[in-house]
Design a protein around this ligand. Structure first.
Ligand code: FMN
Length: 183
């Protein structure tokens, strides 16, 4: 089973730290999964304007299509997800993530903007008909030290719990093959 961990930003480090932390927990709960981090900061992004896609965007779409499950990491930008993440979603074929598990981690500068996950990111993943886990983890600056290490024990415990639930969703999803999808 291939898990794609998507760091959906070209700025900042904390979302990457969240992904690397949950990656370790996922591997602890199932050592057989293939885990790959897709860092948007390493891609040459292209606005979806009808032009032929560049090689990085083709690679990104292929990674989404070939994965069996996803962990999305998003910072909060202007009370929303970053434009680069929405632009990527716009490039993904609507059935590419169908019935595949998805977990969410996010970081913002404020305590309040976790609602961006509920009202903006989850509806997009619902549109794709992903199996979004019921729990997610939102962090803010006080959960990290100056080296961007997570110093909050509760956050670490919640990331581990998210990984545990996500792995269960991954196992369950294997009985829901895409070939069974009619429409
Ligand atoms: C353009 C921009 C807009 C931002 N807008 C918000 C915001 O509306 N709410 C919020 O909580 N944090 C906001 N932030 C803070 C980011 O969420 C934060 O920088 C990001 O999670 C990465 O953290 P890091 O740079 O310390 O690694 C914004 C940051 C930038 C660069």
């Amino acid at each position: 089973m291939k898990i794609l961990l998507v760091d959906g930003t070209i700025f900042g480090r904390k979302t990457g730290v969240l992904l690397e932390t949950i990656q370790q927990s996922i591997a602890k709960y199932n050592a057989n999964y293939e885990l790959e981090i897709l860092s948007f900061s390493k891609l040459k992004h292209q606005i979806l304007d009808g032009s032929p896609l560049n090689d990085d965007m083709k690679y990104m779409i292929q990674q989404f299509e070939q994965a069996d499950a996803y962990v999305f990491a998003s910072p909060i930008f202007q009370a929303s997800i970053p434009g680069v993440l929405k632009n990527a979603f716009d490039m993904i074929p609507p059935k590419a993530m169908r019935y595949k598990p998805a977990a969410i981690v996010a970081n913002g500068g404020t305590t309040q903007h976790h609602m961006v996950i509920e009202h903006q990111l989850k509806p997009i993943l619902d549109y794709f008909r992903t199996l979004v886990t019921p729990n997610y983890v939102y962090t803010h600056g006080a959960h990290f030290n100056d080296q961007n290490e997570i110093i909050d024990e509760d956050v670490l415990a919640r990331l581990d719990e998210l990984a545990r639930v996500f792995v269960q969703y991954c196992e369950m999803s294997q009985n829901l093959k895409p070939s069974a999808v009619q429409a």
